[in-house]
Design a protein around this ligand. Sequence first.
Ligand code: UT7
Length: 332
Amino acid sequence: MNEKKAFIRSVGRFVPERRLTNQDLEKMVDTTDEWIFTRTGIRERRILEPGLGNSYMACRAARECLERAGVEAGEIDAIIVGTVTPDMLFPSTACLVQSALEAKRAWGFDLSAGCSGFIFSLVNGAQMIESGRHEKVLVIGSDVMSTIVDYEDRNTCVLFGDAAGAVLLEPCPEPGYGILDYIHRIDGAGGEYLHMKAGGSRRPASMETVQNKEHFVYQEGRQVFKHAVTEMAGVSVEIMKRNGLEGKDIAFFVPHQANLRIIGASAERMGIESSKVVINVDRFANTTAATIPLCLYDVTVEEKRVKKSDYVVLSAFGAGFTWGSVLLRWWE
Ligand code: UT7
């Protein structure tokens, strides 16, 4: 087995200033703070100033991440951006970030996996390090969901927010630490429940697609909810089991932040007590690929709660369907 694991050397984030509260939404669509909070756990979300785009947020998060590590952009070998809301279809957001940061040596790409975008990107980045060919990989989860959400549709507009999170991966100096294991899965049959109808090659943008509001998130919430609970918990339990760990051994469970009820059900099946579950859905809502790095930022930078040797489980479920779980043993 390859002993050269990757570890998360530093974390950065960007959250836009503007807050959109549940009370604000009450004035926009037929909803209530009570409905939103009891069904999802969300109180407010952040909204990016129009026109700035994904790469603006991704760069802000990346810069903070690099500053915290004391690493220059020119030292980065690769940049992976998990997103479903790139600045444009091409060039990739990774290219735009590379240029803005002046990361002259880096190559990179965008990775589309919905709300699993960050954990899928993280594992790709970790494998680049494990290959021995890369020393510094920047992994970013960034989404401007406000640009693809219909603020006249109460089913979806209350759920999402904008944000970016970034981590820097490096080879872990000590064996037995870092990104130890992962289980990632996809099931394209789930696509019908969560997708964007137009804007791709099958149904390019036209007057008709715009009039029909086909460039917004389409979600059948109940279906997604059902699968999310089963699958997120399933892979999280599986990864613990196959590494000989139980709920009591896990210091932090960092789940994708879509719905407090999905998070609670997963933690319960994993046997993880609530104090170890990282939550920020109340403050930022569902920021798609950014939720997990934002949570990592909370527990590492803001609260400084994570210690060396802590086992941390990351887990997500999203459009595709895509889902997965990552086991880390913290090294710093
Ligand atoms: O991150 C990517 C993956 N996405 C997810 O994990 C999301 C998973 N799904 C969910 O989190 C939940 O399904 C939602 C939060 C989206 C919805 O919660 P729910 O408990 O599944 O509600 P529902 O969709 O079954 O709707 C219940 C009722 C409906 O009314 P009727 O048909 O019972 O009369 C909806 O029309 O709630 C109504 N409703 C609302 N009412 C007030 C839907 N949205 C709203 C709203 N305010 N914003």
